[in-house]
Structures are given as C-alpha cells and as structure tokens.
Design a binder for this molecule. Sequence first.
Ligand code: TRP
Length: 456
Amino acid sequence: MSQSATPAAHRGAWRNRWTFVLATAGSAIGLGNIWKFPYMTGANGGSAFVLVYLLCIALLGIPLMMCEIMLGRRAQRNPADAMAYLAREANASRQWRWVGLMGVLTGILILGFYSVIAGWVLDHIVRAANGAFHGIDGAGAKLQFEIFLAKPLELIFWHTLFLAVTMTVVSRGLNAGLEKASNIMMPSLFAIVLLMVGYSMAVGNFAESARFMFSPNFVLITPSVVLSALGHAFFTLSIGMGSVMVYGSYLGRHISIARTTLYIALTDTTIGLLVGLAIFSLVFANGLAPAAGPGLIFQTLPIAFGVMPAGDIMGMLFFILVAFAAWTSAISLVEPAIAWITENFSFTRKQATWVIGVTNWLLGAAVALSFNLWADIKLIAGLNLFDLLDKLTTNILLPAGGLAMALFAGYVMKTTHVAEELGLGPRTYALWRFAIRYVSPLAILSIFAYLFGWLS
Ligand code: TRP
C-alpha cells in the first residue's frame, strides 16, 4: 500500500527504544500490581488464583501483548484508525475499527475507577506524613480506612487532584520530563517493594503467606477464579484496549517486540507477587481477612509502617511511588481516546484532554460515591457502580478486545506482514502464531461461554 507508514505529521514519536520500554512498563506497572493483584488473590482463594494467573500471563498475556504492539507499530495510528487501516491492508472490513473504538471507551471506563483508587493512595501519603500509622494494629487500620471511605467529599477531592495531574501531562503529549522521572521512580518502587517484603517477613507471617499464595490447591480453581485470573492478566499488562497499541504506534522499527514484552511481563508479574507476599504476611499475622476486598492494601500496609523504623518516611515514600506508578498507567488509559479524538476531529490535544477530563471527572465522582452514599445502589447483577465498572472492563471488555485482536492478527492479516513486523525466528514465530490462533481464542471463548451461560 503506497501510503503505508505515513502517519499524520503532528504525531509524536518516542525518542529512542528505551523511552518506549519505560512508557510501556510504566503503563503496565500500576495499581493493578499493588492494589488489585493482592485483593483479587485474597478474594479468589490464594494459590488457585495465582497459578491460573501465571498461566494466563505466559500463555495469553505475552503473545497478546506482542500482538497488540505489533498492530500499533504497523499501523502508526490511534487504535480505531489502526484497525481500519490494517483491515484495508488485508482487504477486510473497515468495521474492525470497532475494536479500537471499544478500546477507547474501555480506557475511559477503567480510568473512571482508577483515579478514585489513586486518590486513596494520595490520601495515604498525607496520612503517613502525619504519623497516622504509629503503632496501629489490624483492627485500627481497618477502622481508619472505613472512616476514610465513608467521606464522599474527601474521596472526590483526591480523585480530582489525581485526574488533574494526569490530564495536565496528557495535554502536553509525549513528555521528556516524565521519562526522566520514570528512570528514577520505577527502580525506586521496586526497591521499596523489596524492603516491604523484607519487613513483612520480619514482623509478619511470611510462611503462611507463601503457603497461601503458592501451595497448589487445585480444588479451589473454579470457573469464576479462572475468569478473574484471565481478566487480571489483561489488566495488569495493559492489554486488550489499545494502550500498548497506541504506544506501539509511536514506535520506530528497530526494536525487538518479543524481548521488550518478555522483560515487561516479567517485571510486572514479579512486582505483583512481591507485594502479595508482603500483604498476606501482614494479613495472617494480624488476624485480618484475605478476602477483605478493594481496601486490602490500605488496611494492612499501615500496620507495617506503624512499627517500622522511620515508618512515616517509608510510608510516605511508598505511597508516593505507588501514586507515580498509577499516574504513568492512567496516562496510557486515556492516550487511545486522545489520539482518536485529535486524529479524527478538529480538536487540539488540549481540547481533547478537556473533553476526556470532564467526562472522567464525572464518572470518577460517581464511583467515589459508590463507596459510601451510593454503595447500595445496585445497577446490574447486584453490582454497584464501582463493582460494575471493575467487572465489566476487567472480565469482559479487555478479554473481548484481546480476542478480537488475536483473531485479527491470526486469521485476517497477511502472514507475511505479521511475520515481517514481529521479526521472530521461525520456531518462536510458529509458537506465537499457535498461541494467537488457537490458545487465546479458545481460552477466552470458553470463559465467555461459561460467563454468559451462568448469567442467564
Ligand atoms: N496495567 C495498569 C495497572 O496494572 C492499568 C492499565 C493501564 C491498564 N493501561 C491499561 C489496564 C489498559 C488495562 C488496559 O495498573
């Protein structure tokens, strides 16, 4: 196709390979690892969830992440136009663009609750600084968090602050300052997570935690555990909605998609597992419930900071680093929407940012209320707004997006184009292709079959 690889002139591009790796790792590593993974593990029977989750990362997550980066890089366009463009290249229907459009929407819906949870993290920076964790025990930490959750205006305040900071960066576009900050913040996050593990080993029940997370218990693997693990594998790797596609679209040709993906998936998974080990050590040593739900980390980590030497500073530092990780993820959640708006309507980046910012402010404010005033307003299937957005995006929209991209790359695109773009050796390519054509679609479809049969 003659006009291939002539993206609109105003599109940004990564300055070098490292920027792309950092941005994509920044997208992947976030609240999914630190907040979501532990409470999902706790609510889904521990090791049963962890085992299926690891399988999902290896068998579906890694091949699909490669697939999504590949689609973005080949098309050099926002997700909706990327799908349309690649479909045309393969003489297929333009309607594939709906995959991209669904991704744009999914990103907005995820950010709807993401910014509220990130707001909790911001609040905890201040809380740590004020010495609120001194000598706190399990019951005290739980109570403190419940009191916080019951205050709608505070939740909305922190959500607003987080969203404002996110949108400010988004409106400026690809940003060198952010890249420099990532260079320091990400390794620091890793270091402080290690420290937390060490500390929880010392003060918590590490043996019980390791048993809870790793001793195989196949009886506990139920269809709903599999569904949650599959959904979380997508969530934590940022795949299925175009985040990594749009990052891939700013990427030049000289990079190994496979190596980058492996590296990111490994780091991402390691961080989740480490945080989980720390949290459950504290859970079991303090008589807390592993299945406490979305508040889990906020009800456990303060206990450790409360007894740790220099715990106030450590707590502050920890929550600052988590907030930073959440921020780099949030940016990637809106980028597909921003790229789509600016590349399709006569909106500047700044105007597009306002449109999305206001939409997400309203959505997030409603989500904040779903933790207190509106907690009992059940929308569908007995779920309140937070639960609904969380389940709908993680368990349905992301796997559906991943399924569509797998089918597209596996059956619609020309094999030569795919192979050329991925640049793998013949054996690795065959393996990847098998995963994309058979493993991912079958796994996702069987889970959906269960889910929809079960709902009706
Ligand atoms: N992966 C991020 C986290 O773990 C969240 C995230 C960013 C995301 N972009 C995404 C999740 C795209 C799903 C899809 O916190």
